[in-house]
Design a protein around this ligand. Sequence first.
Ligand code: GLN
Length: 201
Amino acid sequence: MVTTSRLRVGVLALQGDVREHVRVLADRGAEASLVRRPAELAGVDGLVIPGGESSVIDKLSRAFGMRTPIQDAISAGMPMYGTCAGLILLADRITDGIEGQQTFGGLDATVRRNAFGTQVDSFEVDLDVPVLGEPPVHAVFIRAPLVESVGPGVEILSRLADHRIVAVRQGPLLGTAFHPEVTGEHRFHEMFLDMVRDRSV
Ligand code: GLN
């Protein structure tokens, strides 16, 4: 029987809500570890890029020599799941980044940083995510981005009621503008672990 217990999944631990992801992944039976160095990235089969501040994670990834190894891993097809700031970092194009802000890229999408402005810093909503079935996902958005446009290879997994895109998948890359790891919602992480398993067999 194939179980999730042998899946080794890293959480990029430069800044952001790292512990919450480690907890959810461990709860689902994965061997979750912190990734700060290239050697630690080499020891995992998939990587979660957490929420936090994308411009800080960008800068720290360069300072820690992680930018190129992460981009190489994306090119090699390593599954990655980005939540919020992590989604921004996976996008090929961003709007409203700070000056000089870079992303790792890989996801053929344009993502707008802080898309809900300063008046609405955070909100919660029940989201319909057809690939996950019922019940809806209770989603928490915290200074969240939005996916403004996607290329033809990108699957849209969920939209807000006004049709704006908040969850996407492209091959081994998964991204959500919200934070399933803070609400006890495990289904996105399960989907991600399935993606890692599919890739590692
Ligand atoms: N606004 C943050 C950024 O630009 C993202 C917020 C979050 O990850 N909760 O990276």
